[in-house]
Write a protein that binds this ligand. Structure first.
Ligand code: NAD
Length: 500
């Protein structure tokens, strides 16, 4: 389908995407997809004001009713999964299977949020005072600012938005400047759901387009009690303190540097398949991409040749073509970052397999690379740094404690895994002395999480949790309530305080 037809079918207004100075290009071939106009700072303020007004109405709508809106949005996503998935591929460059997977993740979180809308449970608490009842309830918080990264242009927003809407909060979304089209498409689909629902306050779902300065406007606004920001650790270091300076709340989802330990008893065939998906999938541009492989001495010489052999066969090219497993990098800067990292690894004594530019059999105008495997003598600084490209550093270990120490000795703490058939090793990895990450898997690669669990990581990854489990609590205000239904006024701690 032609791009214009695709965007029209998704309901995007052509006037929003033509005639402006912000040129959006497809990483597939550099073709111009749209020409947008950024929002002015005053327009961001107006969007925040609309969201603030919307909050006053939306918080009074019963949560299960709010869930009905999210259910209708999920239906729009189901009906448009193919089209939106294709747009994700065109604008971000991930292969179509992954574009479709991203939309499926949106549908899944909508389903989750619909159920949640009847389960925003609080607590009843035993009061020490007679004739008193204590409770803990969860109240809507207010407008939520969502800043998202280019690599998951729609799913990460939906993890936040589906929960925020059922929690009673409006959402103001600043997508990556590289991927505004998919955000506008989500807004158009949301508008349809809102029309079917009726009585959705204006301002419940706002999209603001522009560079980081536009995001900063959101970050600094005291009218936005929660900023959920996904992106690089550099961004988090800027956003976190700014939100803290106004004593706001932030939920940070930042860079990862994810590892896999391959133990002597591992099923090596399974491990190779898991490495392939998690290290080269999305061209190494997932926050959960596998970047470090820590392999036991005894299996190193069997695992490495299989991996190098598998890497040589990876189909690289147009992500819209069935069978392609690796699409383009996002831009030239990403390729430069990859080349610089490989040079640094070599200087540190690494042996590089692959990693060069690919120009044959790929669309012209895109930046295509062969994923790299780098055998490293040690975990040097470059290995400890997140390079957002398909580089897999491989290191050896001889005992599990050493492997876990190596695994944890990086500044990031997002996702991790061990491949082993030994229950003692698996449980040690999952124990308090094991992985220090927010996500820890056994016999599964570090990427491709399900929405049911809380997603996020420790250390420089920012500490935020979103998506499943009880992540919804971040989008609500906790209130401890005490009711006195007696005729007396006993004080807590038995304090006597009365006039004679
Ligand atoms: P980025 O940090 O360059 O940009 C992310 C978003 O932040 C963009 O919308 C950008 O405009 C905005 N931004 C940047 N500086 C800002 C500031 N000072 N104030 C307000 N907004 C600002 O990241 P990217 O290149 O788009 O994405 C790749 C990075 O994101 C990688 O590091 C990856 O690991 C990380 N990521 C993390 C997760 C996670 O859940 N932990 C998920 C996806 C991506």
């Amino acid at each position: 389908m032609e791009l214009q037809d695709l965007l029209s079918a998704l309901g995007v207004d052509q006037r929003q995407i033509t005639g402006g100075p912000r040129i959006v290009r497809s990483p597939i071939d550099g073709a111009e997809l749209a020409a947008l106009t950024d929002h002015e700072p005053e327009e961001v303020d107006a969007a925040i004001d609309r969201a603030e007004t919307a909050f006053k109405a939306w918080r009074t709508v019963p949560a299960p009713r709010r869930g009905e809106l999210v259910r209708l949005f999920g239906e729009e996503l189901r009906a448009h999964k193919g089209l939106l998935g294709q747009l994700v591929t065109l604008e971000m460059g991930k292969i179509l299977q992954e574009g479709l997977g991203e939309v499926q993740e949106m549908i899944d979180i909508c389903d989750f949020a619909v159920g949640l809308s009847r389960q925003l449970y609080g607590l009843t608490i035993a009061s020490e005072r007679p004739g008193h009842r204590m409770a803990e309830t969860w109240q809507p918080l207010g407008p939520v600012g969502v800043i998202s990264a280019f690599n998951f242009p729609v799913a990460v927003w939906s993890w936040n938005a589906a929960l925020a809407f059922v929690c009673g909060d409006p959402v103001i979304w600043k997508p990556s400047e590289k991927t505004p089209l998919t955000a506008l498409a989500c807004q158009a689909l949301f508008r349809r759901a809102a029309e079917a629902f009726g009585e959705v306050p204006e301002g419940l779902m706002e999209v603001i387009i522009g560079p980081r300065e536009i995001g900063e406007r959101l970050v600094d606004s005291p009218k936005v009690p929660l900023i959920s920001a996904t992106g690089s650790t550099r961004m988090g270091r800027e956003v976190g303190p700014r939100v803290a300076a106004r004593l706001g709340r932030s939920l940070l989802e930042l860079g990862g540097n994810n590892g896999m330990i391959v133990a002597p008893s591992a099923d090596l065939e399974l491990a190779v398949r898991a490495v392939l998906f998690s290290a080269v999938g999305t061209c190494g541009q997932r926050c959960t991409s596998l970047r470090r492989l820590i392999v036991h001495d005894s299996v190193y010489d069997r695992l490495l040749p299989s991996l190098i052999g598998a890497y040589a066969k990876i189909p690289i090219g147009d992500p819209l073509v069935a069978g392609t497993l690796v699409g383009p990098l996002t831009d030239e800067a990403a390729a430069d970052g990859m080349a610089n990292a490989l040079a640094a690894a070599k200087a540190d004594g690494g042996t590089v397999h692959g990693g060069g530019r690919v120009t044959d059999g790929v669309p012209e105008g895109g930046v295509y690379v062969r994923p790299a495997i780098v055998e490293m003598p040690a975990q040097t600084d470059i290995v400890r740094h997140e390079t957002f490209a398909p580089i897999l550093y491989v290191m050896k270990y001889s005992d599990l404690d050493e492997a876990i120490a190596l695994h944890n000795d990086v500044p990031q703490g997002l996702s991790s895994c061990i491949f082993t058939g030994d229950v003692r090793e698996a449980e040690t990895f999952l124990s308090p002395v094991g992985s220090d990450c927010g996500i820890a898997n056994v016999n599964i690669g570090p990427s491709g999480a399900e929405i049911g669990g809380a997603f996020g990581g420790e250390k420089e990854t920012g500490g935020g949790r979103e998506s499943g489990s009880d992540a919804w609590k971040a989008y609500m205000r906790r209130q401890t309530q005490t009711v006195n239904y007696s005729t007396d006024l006993p004080l807590a701690q038995g304090i006597e305080f009365a006039l004679d």
